[in-house]
Write a protein that binds this ligand. Structure first.
Ligand code: HEC
Ligand code: HEC
Length: 214
């Protein structure tokens, strides 16, 4: 062992750091592909779900996926299906599967022609009178989200899933844990406020438009 290396060891030991197994912040998509096999049973091949109640994950940003998996694992985002699956994942598994799904391509779905136009208007411009901001501001013009800040991508998501989330935010049910305690995510308050201003018809229209975004 060189003197410099020996010194690094001493320093690391003094700081309580592990030299042999440095923590990986960035996920490994290749390792994630193997770990995600169990997930694709519901979230679909490459994260393109075919069941409208199970969200697609293809192309979702890694920051958001990781955050949500940790919220499921902690029981803070209360979901009977995702809880038992997420408790088996280590932080490294979470980083890896997040990197894997983020690197996949959404295959795209179609909007419902009957409702998407009203949804498009609200998505793009919001509604000043009702204090509804434009969705574009945070989720982007075609729903790709904001990977840097972890704002989720919405494009090509099943309308059924999107409506359930907007309804859950409005009812403050998304982060209500099994014991009935209100938990929170880093940015969940934004959607709580916005969703409470949406009618059921707005949610339907928006979800239809979002489903067709690519
Ligand atoms: C048995 C079906 C099933 C399996 C298997 C499954 N999930 Fe899920 N997943 C769901 C459902 C249903 C939801 C939506 C929960 C809700 O309505 O809040 C979900 C939600 C999610 C979300 C949140 C998506 C979003 O847009 O907020 C992530 C991330 C996720 N799952 C990742 C995974 C990972 C990673 C695995 C594998 C370790 C996995 N899931 C396995 C059914 C499943
Ligand atoms: C100020 C920024 C902001 C605006 C404006 C905004 N959102 Fe969001 N949205 C977020 C953030 C951040 C999250 C993730 C919150 C969390 O942690 O639960 C989110 C989550 C969501 C989700 C859940 C996604 C998933 O995969 O589960 C949906 C659906 C959604 N937003 C739809 C909308 C719609 C529709 C509009 C316009 C009416 C809108 N948002 C406007 C920031 C915003």
């Amino acid at each position: 062992m060189s003197i410099a290396k020996g010194y690094a060891w001493l320093l690391a030991a003094a700081l309580g750091l592990s030299v042999l197994t440095p923590a990986r912040a960035e996920g490994n998509a290749e390792a994630g592909a193997t770990k995600a096999v169990v997930c694709t049973a519901c979230h679909g091949t490459n994260g393109n779900s075919v069941n409208p109640e199970w969200p697609s994950l293809a192309g979702q940003n890694a920051v958001y996926i990781s955050e949500q998996l940790k919220l499921f694992r902690a029981g803070h985002r209360n979901n009977a299906i995702m809880y038992p699956l997420s408790v088996t994942l280590t932080d490294e598994d979470i980083a890896d599967v997040a990197a894997y799904f983020a690197a996949q391509t959404p295959t795209g779905l179609e909007a419902d022609p009957a409702t998407y136009k009203a949804g498009a208007a609200l998505y793009v411009a919001g509604d000043r009178a009702r204090k509804i901001p434009s969705c574009t501001a945070c989720h982007g013009p075609v729903g790709r989200g904001n990977p840097g800040s972890g704002y989720p991508a919405l494009r090509a998501q099943h309308a059924t899933y999107t409506i359930k989330q907007l309804t859950d935010y409005a009812a403050e049910a998304r982060y209500l844990d099994a014991a009935g305690v209100q938990q929170k995510s880093k940015h969940g308050h934004m959607m709580k406020t916005i969703s409470k201003r949406l009618t059921a018809e707005d949610m339907q229209n928006l979800a239809s438009y979002i489903q067709g975004l690519r």
